[in-house]
Write a protein that binds this ligand. Structure first.
Ligand SMILES: [Zn+2]
Length: 191
C-alpha cells in the first residue's frame, strides 16, 4: 500500500502512465529471497465517495517464491470493492452516530450517494470487532500514546466507538496501520 497522492479519478485518468513507485530495487516482502520484477497490471473495481469505476493496479513478481505483490493506492482497502473512506464512514455512522443498521445505511446514502447493503455493514462490523484489539495496539503505537485510547472493557460497541473516534484521517491511518502490521481495518487475521 502506498499514498498515490491524488484522487481516485485522477489516478484512473492517468492509467498506465501514472508514476507508480518503482519497487525493482526492493527485496520481495514475503521471502526476501530476490528483487521484485514488474509484472503488468490488473484491474479492480472501486466504489468511493464521488467515484466509481475500474482502476488498474501495478503488480510485481518474485521469482524466488513465485508470488505476486500488488501496489495498492491507500484509498483502496485490500480485497474490498468499497474504499477506506466508505468503510470507515459507514462504521462511523453505526458506531459513533449510534444509528440502527438500516438508518446507518440510509443516512450514509443520503450524505454520500454511496449505496451499501445492511449485510455489508454487518460484515464490516464483524470484522472490525474481531480485529479491534490489534487495531487498538497499532494506533497506540502509531500515535506513541502511553496508554491505549480505548478505556471501555466490555461493551464491544462502545469499544469500537472509542477506537473510531481516534481515526481522524481514515486513509492515512489505514496506510500507517498497514505499514506497521501488513494488515488494515478489515483484513482477516492469520492465526
Ligand atoms: Zn518472494
Amino acid at each position: 500500500m502506498y499514498d498515490a497522492g491524488c484522487s481516485p479519478q485522477m489516478y484512473q485518468n492517468q492509467g498506465k502512465s501514472f508514476d507508480f513507485p518503482d519497487l525493482t530495487s526492493e527485496l520481495c516482502p514475503q521471502c526476501k529471497g530476490d528483487f521484485l520484477k514488474k509484472h503488468g497490471f490488473y484491474e479492480r473495481y472501486l466504489i468511493t465517495i464521488g467515484f466509481e469505476g475500474e482502476i488498474i493496479i501495478r503488480r510485481y513478481y518474485c521469482e524466488a517464491c513465485k508470488k505476486t505483490v500488488s501496489l495498492l493506492p491507500s484509498f483502496c482497502h485490500p480485497k474490498r470493492t468499497y474504499s477506506i473512506l466508505v468503510i470507515i464512514g459507514l462504521l462511523t455512522e453505526f458506531y459513533i452516530r449510534m444509528s440502527a443498521v438500516c438508518t446507518a445505511v440510509l443516512n450514509f446514502f443520503k450524505t454520500t450517494d454511496v449505496e451499501c447493503t445492511r449485510q455489508l455493514l454487518l460484515q464490516y462490523r464483524r470484522r472490525v470487532e474481531k480485529n479491534l484489539n490489534s487495531l487498538i495496539m497499532a494506533v497506540t503505537e502509531i500515535h506513541a500514546l502511553r496508554s491505549p485510547p480505548v478505556t471501555e472493557k466490555r461493551d464491544i460497541r462502545e469499544k469500537v466507538r472509542q477506537f473510531l473516534s481516534t481515526i481522524l484521517n481514515p486513509q492515512d491511518e489505514s496506510l500507517k496501520i498497514f505499514e506497521r502490521t501488513g494488515r488494515t481495518y478489515l483484513t482477516p487475521q492469520t492465526i
